[in-house]
Design a protein around this ligand. Structure first.
Ligand code: ADP
Ligand code: MG
Length: 223
């Protein structure tokens, strides 16, 4: 069974009196443990689509199933619970909490969302930091590590709760190309190791090299 099924998906925003058709009649399926990229220029609808898959913003019409759940039927509170249980997020600007150490940033979802006991939490955090290649950076603060290292920490944080889907909206936009390709390579390794489905977006066609499935968006439509 596919992890994600979208049928005739539409998203229209109202900006004042003007309707913006951000996503128009989009259909796709994504299998579990896939490594997928949505590529397209700025304004093509990548963030809108990822936000719908991530249950952050509901579709205007159409069908969107994620992990067996009809996402169009979730209210805000149910959507938040669903995200906490199933989905990890990685952002363009890393979104680490500056006053927490690297270790504490990755520990945060286990403590605040899942309320795991301390020892279990700390073992899990150590495992993930090691897996993403920053096992020796746990005591540092985000402003003491490089952009590439920050994004490694963000990938660890997205994976720490055992999410089966990680959504990464332009995760490499603030990285140089070499570091960008390393981060995409890291995400693919994590997919291989943990079986997590990764979906990332990029406006840079040169960054999609490693993706197994590439969907190209233009003006809200899949090519
Ligand atoms: P991308 O992530 O590919 O740059 P977006 O999904 O952010 O594209 O945007 C797709 C289209 O929807 C653009 O025309 C954008 O201006 C519009 N849009 C996005 N978010 C909103 C919003 N909250 N209100 C109105 N229009 C929006
Ligand atoms: Mg965007």
């Amino acid at each position: 069974m596919p992890l994600i099924t979208a049928r005739q998906l539409e998203k229209t925003y109202l900006a004042g009196d003007i309707k913006v058709k951000a996503i128009q009649g989009v259909n796709f399926t994504i299998e579990p443990a896939s490594f997928v990229s949505f590529v397209g220029p700025s304004g093509s609808g990548k963030s809108t689509l990822l936000n719908m898959i991530g249950c952050l913003d509901p579709p205007s019409s159409g069908d969107l199933q994620v992990a067996g759940q009809d996402t169009t039927r979730l209210n805000r509170k149910q959507a938040a619970l669903f995200r906490g249980e199933h989905i990890g997020f990685v952002f363009q600007d890393f979104n680490l909490i500056p006053v927490l150490t690297v270790f504490e940033n990755v520990e945060y979802p286990l403590q605040m969302v899942l309320n795991w006991p301390k020892e279990k939490r700390q073992n899990r955090v150590r495992e993930l930091l090691k897996a993403v290649g920053v096992g020796d950076q746990g005591d540092k603060y985000p402003n003491q590590i490089s952009g590439g290292q920050k994004q490694r920490v963000a990938v660890a944080r997205a994976l720490v709760t055992n999410a089966r889907l990680v959504l990464a909206d332009e995760p490499t936009a603030n990285l140089d190309r070499k570091t960008a390709n390393r981060i995409i390579g890291l995400m693919k390794e994590m997919r291989d190791e943990f079986g997590t489905t990764f979906i990332f977006s990029t406006h840079d066609p040169k960054v999609v090299g490693n993706a197994e499935t590439i969907f190209t968006l233009e003006d809200g439509k899949l090519l």
